[in-house]
Ligand binder design. Structure first.
Ligand SMILES: Cc1cc2nc3c(=O)[nH]c(=O)nc-3n(C[C@H](O)[C@H](O)[C@H](O)COP(=O)(O)OP(=O)(O)OC[C@H]3O[C@@H](n4cnc5c(N)ncnc54)[C@H](O)[C@@H]3O)c2cc1C
Length: 384
């Protein structure tokens, strides 16, 4: 079905992104998967091509577009299975914190280089003891003169090895009740003494991503690196989650389309019992059902992207989309793998990677259970 949220200018931008992906990204995906991380040179080229912060203001070197441009970049990267270069995390999740809450100096110092692909961003919320329950974090940043002294550890941090600047969620007032009132965001540069990169974690999927541990040992961070106001960290995180979760849904639908298209091509080629796999009614019914769900999901996500660009509050619907699209992606990749038979289990077939990569979609950016908690709360279900 023709998608109506994009105009001609967006289509031209998509062509430009697609060419970049074909020339600069697709040839490197296998080596990123092998190395467990991407390379800085490609980040810089992506910046120079205007793909980082495509929706960011021109005064910081952005293209002055909107989230529609960012969505196009996300889709084209997902279609190329280029998870190593976690473009969306950098541009759509981390960069908006700098641009929304940063001082002019912070925006010039880190926002502009981030858009050029020279300062790679990460966000460190999760700790070994606290993921969904963010208020339970234990990393402390205690004021000492004109510095904060940070102690603690983070885990599962994307861009953990390659990142230059991390938005670190800390407790500046560990005694605050409730805990969220004592939480702040600190911008920590990777070359700060006491900032230590831990292991690059061995994962089931997203093999090109350098998901890592981070440690802070008496790490002295200048007080001017505070992002926004002290004690406002939790609330800033909540404000930005709509875009973070929408980004997951956008990427998820592109990954679904890619896996479905590849499977349709495969079953048309492969034969059993003297006929094409595509000619079995089971294959036809399964793929017809999945194709219908992809159309429904895409229509919903497109509506949400348009609403988000308008500035609407669609937190409830975005939370629904995050769990619905990622559950679909997990189910769809499992069904598509099954239709590939034994070849589907082999890494040389992309569907095997798709299946493994899909598993995390329902876990990060807020688990799907937490999404349902949010929806239920907004439906008034937890009121006495
Ligand atoms: C590949 C990858 C990349 C990641 N990247 C980042 C990153 O860049 N930055 C970052 O900060 N984090 C990152 N994360 C961490 C991710 O956000 C967390 O794993 C996630 O929030 C879940 O936290 P947890 O792992 O501690 O699980 P837990 O919170 O321990 O949850 C375990 C289970 O309990 C369920 N559960 C918890 N609370 C409730 C509840 N109230 N009601 C019902 N069920 C509940 C959960 O849904 C889940 O099924 C990443 C994780 C992965 C795997």
């Amino acid at each position: 079905m023709r998608r109506t949220i994009f105009d001609e200018e967006h289509d031209l931008f998509r062509e430009q992104v697609r060419r970049f992906v074909e020339d600069e990204v697709a040839p490197k995906v296998a080596s990123w998967n092998e190395a467990g991380m991407s390379d800085r040179e490609t980040w810089r080229k992506a910046g120079a091509a205007g793909l980082l912060g495509a929706g960011a203001p021109e005064e910081y070197g952005g293209s002055g577009g909107s989230f529609l441009h960012d969505a196009i970049v996300m889709e084209e990267f997902a279609l190329a299975r280029a998870h190593g270069l976690m473009m969306s995390l950098h541009s759509d999740i981390c960069l908006p914190y700098l641009l929304h809450y940063g001082t002019e100096e912070q925006k010039q110092r880190w926002g502009a280089p981030a858009i050029r692909g020279e300062c790679l961003l990460g966000i460190a919320m999760t700790e070994p003891v606290a993921g969904s329950d963010l208020q339970g974090i234990q990393t402390r940043a205690l004021r000492d003169g004109d510095h904060y002294v940070v102690n603690g550890s983070k885990t599962f941090i994307s861009n953990g090895q390659i990142g230059d600047l991390f938005i670190v969620v800390v407790k500046t007032d560990p005694e605050a009740v409730p805990g969220r009132r004592g939480m702040s965001l600190l911008l920590v540069e990777a070359d700060t003494p006491g900032f230590i990169r831990g292991r690059k974690l061995d994962k089931l999927g997203l093999r090109g991503q350098d998901t890592s541990e981070l440690f802070f040992e008496d790490c002295r961070v200048p007080a001017e690196n505070l992002l926004g106001a002290e004690g406002r960290g939790f609330y800033m995180l909540m404000e930005q989650l709509q875009q973070e979760r929408l980004s997951i849904a956008v990427g998820s639908m592109a990954s679904c389309r890619r896996a479905l298209d590849d499977t349709i091509a495969y079953v048309k080629e492969r034969r059993a019992f003297g006929q094409r796999i595509a000619s079995f009614q089971n294959t036809q019914f399964k793929l017809a059902e999945l194709a219908a769900e992809v159309e429904v999901g895409q229509a919903f996500v497109d509506q949400l992207v348009a609403a988000h660009v308008r500035g609407d509050d669609v937190v409830t619907e975005v939370s629904m989309a995050k769990f619905w699209t990622t559950d679909l992606q997990k189910r769809l990749t499992a069904e598509c793998l099954q239709l590939h038979g034994g070849y589907g289990f082999m890494r040389e077939y992309a569907i095997a990677e798709d299946y493994a990569d899909a598993a995390v979609q329902s876990i990060y950016a807020g688990t799907n259970e937490i999404m349902k908690v949010i929806v239920a709360r907004r439906l008034g279900l937890d009121e006495d």
